[in-house]
Design a protein around this ligand. Structure first.
Ligand SMILES: NC(=O)c1ccc[n+]([C@@H]2O[C@H](COP(=O)([O-])OP(=O)(O)OC[C@H]3O[C@@H](n4cnc5c(N)ncnc54)[C@H](O)[C@@H]3O)[C@@H](O)[C@H]2O)c1
Length: 404
């Protein structure tokens, strides 16, 4: 560990749900990962509304605020730009920031089209700057363990992935027309929002790519009251989106995203079946992993539940509390940030990066094309796959030489 940490000054664009979640990660990361050689500073909060921004900056702990992104990008003391705005602005902000020489961290989905996502990845390659896409669920200790078990061969050959991400907030007819219901602002609805995570998790856990997809989607409520109370807005994105996929090794996979599944608040569950075993991870019980193995005597085989909060055994766990004292949603962002900063210091690639965002976008867009044409669609691949990621924290737990 360096005795004098280097300042890592962040500009955060957007102060909504994700703006708050990321602000918390920037605030917490040095306290829980004290070995990091960077002192993370919440330097400037960037937004559009000067009447609310000062108060948001104060509440979220930012040193200053600005409505002028270009002026912020000209500041040499800003090292990184974090994009937490609506999906249609990710490409423009991220590319500008990369061209200004800033590291970029960006929310998912990377963009609203594959073409934009590729432009973003190309801008990063050209600028030779590291990037991060906030697929934070990879950084739950149990999800990391699942990836490790699969990479170790404990499931054998992968035959199935079965993934759902279900919410129910659109059942409420009174829910107003938000940017999340406009194709212009977000590209797609539950699909880009929720299936994006399932696609990334599938790639992370299995190390497999998507070969072809077949999809169907629907919008249950086509019009909603505008938030200003003046008239109705058209919902031109999906409320629910289902697709089937054949993965690159021939495995069969199914995906379901919905905002209209009564009783399901944030039900994000993925099951992987292989020739030697299975895993199940459910975000609502995010510190646990269900594991089945065909090893051992037949009569005592069965799914068992692993509590993934043992400091000496599980990624990230040792950074928080005594064994078994569980962590939550917000820690997945802190863990991702810690891994990103560790990789930055090591000069090693961080995953998932913009190339992974492109890969997810290619699956999303292929599925949209399939739903539209009612045909199977082959998924294009514009990047080579690098294999399952062993995160820095996971490697450290596994006793590798990674250290700061
Ligand atoms: N990783 C996750 O778990 C997760 C969860 C929710 C949302 N997201 C993603 O995060 C992004 C933001 O979602 P959210 O839920 O925080 O939305 P939100 O509506 O709560 O917040 C978005 C904020 O961005 C601001 N904004 C929009 N365009 C802007 C621009 N051009 N310049 C400056 N500010 C701008 C808005 O005023 C608002 O404050 C989306 O891409 C979404 O898909 C990710």
């Amino acid at each position: 560990m360096s005795s004098t940490p280097t300042d890592f000054n962040v500009a955060l664009v957007g102060a909504g749900f994700m703006g708050r979640a990321h602000s918390n990660a920037y605030r917490q990361v040095n306290a829980f990962f004290p070995e990091l050689p960077y002192r993370v500073n919440r330097t400037v909060l960037v937004g559009r509304n000067p009447t609310t921004l000062a108060e948001q900056a104060r509440i979220l702990g930012w040193d200053s605020w600005s409505t002028d992104l270009d002026a912020v990008l000209r500041r040499p003391d800003i090292h990184a730009v974090d994009v937490t705005t609506s999906n249609n602005s990710h490409a423009e902000i991220a590319i500008k920031a990369l061209e200004a020489g800033k590291i970029v961290l960006c929310e998912k989905p990377l963009a609203i089209t594959v073409a934009d996502a590729r432009r973003m990845a190309e801008a990063a390659r050209k600028a030779k700057l590291p990037t991060l896409i906030w697929h934070n669920y990879r950084r739950a200790p149990a999800a990391t363990l699942a990836a490790q078990l699969i990479a170790d061969g404990q499931l054998g050959e992968i035959r199935h992935v079965r993934a759902v991400y279900l919410q129910d907030w659109l059942l409420d007819d009174a829910c107003p027309h938000l940017w999340r219901m406009s194709a212009e602002a977000c590209g797609s609805g539950a699909h880009g929002d929720l299936n994006a995570h399932l696609i990334d998790m599938t790639r992370f856990l299995t190390g497999l790519e998507f070969a072809e997809v077949s999809a169907l989607q629907t919008t249950f409520i086509p019009e909603r009251r505008k938030p200003d109370g003046h008239g109705m807005g058209t919902v031109d994105v999906d409320d629910a989106f289902l697709f089937l996929a054949r993965l690159s090794n021939g495995a069969l996979a199914s995906f379901e995203a919905s905002r209209a599944a009564a009783g399901r608040k944030n039900h994000h569950r993925i099951e992987v079946n292989g020739t030697k075993g299975s895993i199940v991870w459910n975000f609502e019980r995010m510190n646990e992993l269900e594991f089945f193995s065909t090893d051992g005597e037949l009569r005592s085989q069965g799914f068992r539940t692993i509590m993934c909060m043992h400091g000496a055994a599980h990624a990230y766990a040792g950074h928080y509390w005594p064994d078994g004292h569980v962590i939550g949603y917000e820690h997945t962002f802190t863990n991702a940030l810690a891994d990103f900063l560790a990789a930055l210091h090591q000069g090693t690639p961080y995953r998932p990066d913009f190339a992974d965002g492109v890969a997810a976008q290619e699956v999303l867009e292929s599925a949209v094309a399939s739903a539209r044409t009612r045909q199977w669609v082959n998924v294009p691949h514009s990047q080579s796959f690098h294999g399952p990621t062993v995160t820095a924290a996971a490697a450290a737990v596994a006793g590798s030489t990674i250290g700061l």
